[in-house]
Structures are given as C-alpha cells and as structure tokens.
Design a protein around this ligand. Structure first.
Ligand code: WQD
Length: 347
C-alpha cells in the first residue's frame, strides 16, 4: 500500500483529501499542529472510511521533528502539503506570521524530501495568485498579479520556491493545484468546515446565519460590474477538490507527468455571484438567510472563475457535484454541528 504524507490533514480540505486517498487505497500519515483544526476530525475520517489515519501532532516549522517523523514513517512516497495559515484579513494584520508559517514550513519539507528519497509533492495553491484576471475564465497561463494580501503572496512565492527548487534538483517533481473557492462538506456530514470564531468565508457565514448563530449576513457590496452587482466566484465542492488530489497523486506515482512541475486550475468553470449563492442556498434547503448589503470588503476582487480545461483534459479530472448538492451538504454539516453543540451543552 503506497504511503502518503498529508500535512494539514485534519483541516478542511486536508481531511476530505485524506478520505479520498484512503478510498483510493493509499495509506495516509497526517502531520498537523491542530492550530486551526480539531483532533476529533480523525474520528470523522475513520467513521467514513473505517480507517483511522496515522496522526503526528507536529508543526511543519519544526525541521528536526519533521525529520524524525519522516525517518519513523519510512516508505512515504509523496507529500500533499496543506498546512498553512489561510485567512486573508489576518495575513494583513500579521504578515510575518504568514511568511514564516507558510514559507518556512514549505522550505522544511522541500529540504527534507531528497534526504528521505521522497520525490513527489502536491502543493495547495490558490486562484488568489491571479488577482483580478484580465481575461475570464482564467487559465494557468494567465500572469500572476501583485498579491493583494500577504496570504496571497505566500502562495505566489511558494510556487516560485517550488519552481526554483525543482530547477536545482530534478529528482523532485511537483503538481501545483490552484484552488478556486472550496465549499460544502462530505455527504455523510461526518467532516466539514470548522471555522474558528466568526467565519471570514461566505458559505460558513451563510449556514451559521441560516441556523441562527448569526443575526444576518453582510453582503460586501452590490455595486460591482456584474449582473446583480455582487462579486462572482467559482465555488467548487470540497469533495471534488479532494478527488483532484488523488488524481494528481496517481499521475505522479505512475510517472505520467509531462514535466517536473505542472500547474492546474481546480475549479468548475462556472462563476456564481454572492446573491445567486444566497438565493440557491435558500431554495435548495428551504431556509431563509437574512442579509443586508454593506460596503465592499477591502481586497476583494470583482470576479474570477476558472478555465478548467487543462485539469479536465490533461490531469483527467472534472468537477462533478452540482452547486445545489454542494449547498445541501453545507447545510447538513451545519445542522450536525448544531447537534454537537447541543450535545455538549447537555453533558
Ligand atoms: C467570497 C465572496 C466576498 C463573506 C478567499 C481566499 C481564497 C480562499 C477562500 C483559503 C466575496 C463575499 C464573504 C461574507 C460576503 N482562501 N462575502 N460576505 O475572498 O473569494 O477567497 O477565501 O483557502 O484563497 O482569497 O472567499 O468566501 O471570503 O468570499 O459578501 O460574510 O463572498 O465579498 O465576494 P474569497 P470568501
């Protein structure tokens, strides 16, 4: 059984990817410092796949600790690197925390890979590297625009660190996946998004408003140059996104890559506005989401959605879940969290 290391594997996208890796027959070792996730997620993964992943509570900033874990778990064939700080707003307030955490962790892993004869590396990047693209849908060949936040810059610089490392050491090969907007939860509602505190992202705020945890949703602007005035994004099911990582992993392990560094946009190719999302969420779930239009949010881009053709035709992956089903999964997950909250109040 091929062994894969998943850093950040108890996180939102990481945990869904661990499930799909296990479903595909891989053995998974998770490294996570639990700074933005909960060890309970391991039970959620085990309840879906029947297999509890090996878990090491470790910070990827700890080079010596990483070296020990890679020695202990010899036979790791590839790394999928999710572990990073990812809140755009927080990165503006704490840039050095973001540069240190996101870039030193990445460099630690790249430095250790050759020492442990690990060749394959999947990097979690983001459409944020494009900024506001000049052309839509946006393709991988679109130029990177100056990042609007330190978070976005860590993704741009991270990709450049990988590129330069591979140039110097052709034994490493990497697939970079540029995510659009991951949303929803596993259909079992055993794992999902666990935002810390007040959600920054749209969908958890929508579901928390619908369940009554938040009074109303603030829609950040309806004066953009879009059909209904609100921003447009490419919302992709987190399960579809997770499956893209398995396809990327298998491509590398079976040496099907066209080069040592391949980049893919992982999106649906469909752009939906904030107001369309709110409307669809209410319709498919039969709930009301009170909202008010407020001022634009600093740093938001107006509209972005993927040209997914390269991922479809070269990687052999395509988003399958409908936005309706994804929004249903988000609501089911929020209801399960509500049950858990009530349970903990009873005990
Ligand atoms: C989506 C749209 C908001 C909240 C960022 C990062 C990206 C990834 C996902 C980490 C925007 C609007 C939101 C709210 C709103 N990060 N909105 N009210 O900003 O597209 O992407 O998060 O993985 O890399 O850049 O996602 O969900 O924050 O916002 O109106 O309460 O919803 O203005 O138009 P975003 P988001």
């Amino acid at each position: 059984m091929k062994k894969i290391l998943v850093t950040g594997g108890t996180g939102y996208i990481g945990s869904h990817t661990v499930v799909e890796l296990q479903n595909a027959g891989f053995e998974v070792v998770i490294i996570d410092n639990l700074s933005n996730s909960n060890v309970e997620v391991l039970n959620g993964i085990a309840s879906i796949t029947g297999v509890r992943p090996i878990f090491e509570n470790l910070d990827c900033l700890d080079y010596v600790g990483l070296d020990k874990v890679l020695t202990q778990h010899e036979g790791i064939q590839a790394i999928i690197h999710f572990a990073a700080s990812k809140a755009v707003g927080e990165s503006v307030e704490k840039p050095l925390l973001y540069y240190r955490n996101n870039l030193v962790s990445l460099m630690n892993l790249l430095q250790l890979m050759p020492l442990h004869k690990i060749r394959h590396f999947v990097f979690s990047s983001s459409c944020t590297v494009y900024g506001q693209p000049d052309e839509l849908p946006v393709s991988e060949s679109a130029p990177m625009k100056p990042a609007l936040s330190p978070y976005g810059n860590t993704k741009q610089v991270g990709e450049e660190i990988i590129r330069d490392t591979i140039r110097a050491n052709s034994l490493i090969n990497s697939i970079v996946l540029r995510y659009f907007n991951p949303i929803g939860a596993h259909p079992s509602a055993m794992i999902g998004e666990l935002p810390n505190g007040v959600p920054n992202n749209l969908i958890p705020f929508v579901t928390q408003t619908a369940i009554g945890l938040r009074k109303q949703l603030s829609v950040y602007g309806d004066d953009y140059n879009t059909p209904d005035g609100s921003c447009i994004r490419d919302y992709i099911s987190v399960v579809d996104l997770a499956k893209a990582h398995v396809v990327a992993m298998e491509r590398m392990l079976h040496q099907k890559c066209d080069s040592n560094l391949e980049v893919f946009n992982i999106g649906t190719g469909n752009g939906l506005s904030v107001l369309e999302i709110v409307k669809t969420f209410q319709e498919v779930n039969g709930v009301t989401v009170p909202y008010k239009i407020v001022n634009r949010r600093e740093g938001d881009i107006e509209k972005v959605w993927a040209n997914p053709e390269k991922a479809n035709n070269v990687l052999g992956w395509k988003a399958e879940e409908s936005i309706e089903d994804t929004l249903r999964s988000a609501w089911l997950w929020e209801k399960r969290l509500e049950e858990k909250r009530k349970e903990s109040l009873r005990n």
